[in-house]
Design a protein around this ligand. Structure first.
Ligand code: SF4
Ligand code: SF4
Length: 475
């Protein structure tokens, strides 16, 4: 039997099944223990986070008054740490060749009728130009696992191509990478290529289910997959993004697992995950989400987001266009800090949408709006869409967001950066209505920069962007 040890480098010790089961039992036993729940909520108010046991008790709690308190606290923490900023990004699918057998993904190797595609460097260039023309500055590249079709050299070539393209005023300033678990050496090469965050979803932390859901291919190896973030960090990548695919296993098991993973990274490497993603399983070619028994409703989904927010206040939270407009609106308030907009989940989908019979998409997109529509919608809800990539470009990686928070510099750093990058977007890509809404918002928000000197410089830079076609200012 493996013993729980968050500092261990062995998957089954830092994500320990016995510990998760004991946690769920403890949560069940205490779900009506209002004294304990109040204590946990008080601790969460200190904004230093919660451990997996504490968070699991809150997740099990069904007391309406306490839940209201939890939601209100999540909203407040979101506001204090992230203000009204929402970081924008887009996925870019490079190749859907894959040797794995994941039963929930249409790219699994046995799917013989899906259209397989792999972008050439010329096609990557065209996709990037299309993304730049929408206004994107931050991409997450996605690829299936296939050592023959998509070796690491191919991924590295694509990253090089993406960073090299400067179309009109466009530029991709940060490339996050979502590819299969790999070796320390390959992570080192990705780091050298200048990637932002390395993202890898665990899918499920339950080993038994994991092995059933990944019956064939290299991804079948639970330990190799679960220990990937440690290898990434050994390879020099200090921004890693974790996530589970909600719907595969019991959500309570997954929440405990994901928080244990965060605790492990913090304990071993001194830096927790940069982001946590919360995708839910969706319909796709040959995948029917109803065949999975653990689907979660919108209410439960919102509860999970709120609890992650208060458990790991410094970690960015991401949702994709898998979620509908109304669900996105709800979880933005409760804790999500990054969203994608105008996404295409097929290979080559930005240059031309695919005809039905050539479907190469990984999942059906629920939020079909364009980036401009999403930007305008966010601003009308009172958010500031941000295209900021400043920390990455200034070499502030790892725990720099925490450092900015601790030094109280968010309003003097993230906030003006958001306004300047939004102004770039409005000048180069927005339609007239969006521009009018955005310009008014920028004017109001500039006043909220506390440091007078920073406020003045930000206003000058914004004028320079508008009047002198200058770009890429940052604090
Ligand atoms: S989830 Fe990833 S590894 Fe699994 S089949 Fe899909 S693309 Fe391949
Ligand atoms: S300044 Fe850094 S932490 Fe703040 S929004 Fe920009 S990249 Fe993120």
């Amino acid at each position: 039997m493996c013993v729980y040890d968050k500092k261990s480098l062995k998957a089954e010790e830092f994500i320990n099944d016995e510990e998760i089961k004991a946690t769920l039992k403890y949560a069940d036993e205490n779900k009506d223990n209002t004294e304990l729940i109040d204590k946990i909520i008080e601790k969460a108010k200190l904004r230093k986070g919660l451990d997996h046991r504490e968070a699991s008790v809150l997740l099990a709690c069904e007391n309406e008054d306490r839940l209201k308190e939890i939601y209100a606290l999540a909203e407040q923490i979101k506001k204090d740490f992230y203000g009204d900023r929402i970081v924008m990004f887009a996925p870019l699918y490079l190749s859907n060749y894959c040797v794995n057998g994941c039963v929930y993904c249409p790219y699994h190797a046995k799917n013989k009728h899906i259209c397989r595609k792999k972008l050439t460097q010329e096609e990557v260039k065209n996709e990037v130009i299309a993304l730049q023309d929408m206004g994107h500055k931050r991409l997450a590249i996605e690829s299936g696992e296939d050592p023959v079709n998509n070796p690491i050299e191919y991924i590295l070539d694509c990253i090089k191509t993406i960073y090299s393209i400067k179309h009109k005023n466009g530029a991709i300033r940060r490339v996050n990478v979502n590819i299969a678990a790999t070796t320390v050496e390959n992570y080192r090469r990705l780091k050298e290529a200048g990637i932002g965050t390395y993202i890898l979803f665990q899918e499920t932390y339950n080993k038994e289910s994991y092995e059933l859901l990944h019956p064939t291919g290299p991804k079948h190896n639970y330990a190799y997959h679960t220990e990937a973030m440690d290898r990434a960090m050994q390879g020099g990548i200090d921004d890693v993004g974790i996530g589970v695919l909600f719907g595969l296993e019991l959500y309570r098991y997954e929440l405990a697992g994901i928080l244990m993973h965060a605790e492990h990274l913090e304990a071993v490497h001194g830096v927790g995950p940069h982001t946590i993603s919360v995708p839910r399983i969706k319909r796709a070619d040959d995948i029917d989400p109803d065949t999975f028994d653990n689907g979660i409703d919108d209410e439960t989904f919102a509860k999970i987001v709120a609890i992650i927010r208060i458990a790991v206040p410094y970690t960015g939270m991401i949702i994709s266009t898998r979620e509908s407009k109304s669900v996105r609106e709800k979880v933005l308030r409760l804790g999500v800090s990054q969203i994608s907009g105008g996404s295409r989940t097929s290979v080559g989908g930005y240059v031309e949408p695919e005809p039905e019979q050539d479907n190469s998409a990984q999942f059906d997109v629920s939020d079909q709006r364009s980036l401009d529509e999403v930007v305008k919608w966010l601003m009308e809800l009172g958010y500031i869409p941000s295209f900021c990539t400043a920390c990455y470009r200034e070499g502030r990686t790892g725990d720099r967001f925490m450092t900015l928070c601790k030094n109280g510099q968010i309003q003097n750093c993230c906030h003006p950066n958001a306004l300047m990058t939004l102004k770039e977007y409005l000048m180069d890509y927005a339609d007239e209505d969006t521009k009018a809404v955005g310009d008014k918002l920028i004017e109001q928000e500039l006043e909220k920069i506390p440091n007078e000197k920073v406020r003045k410089i930000a206003a000058e830079h914004i004028a320079d962007i508008a009047e002198n076609n200058k770009r890429d200012f940052r604090f």
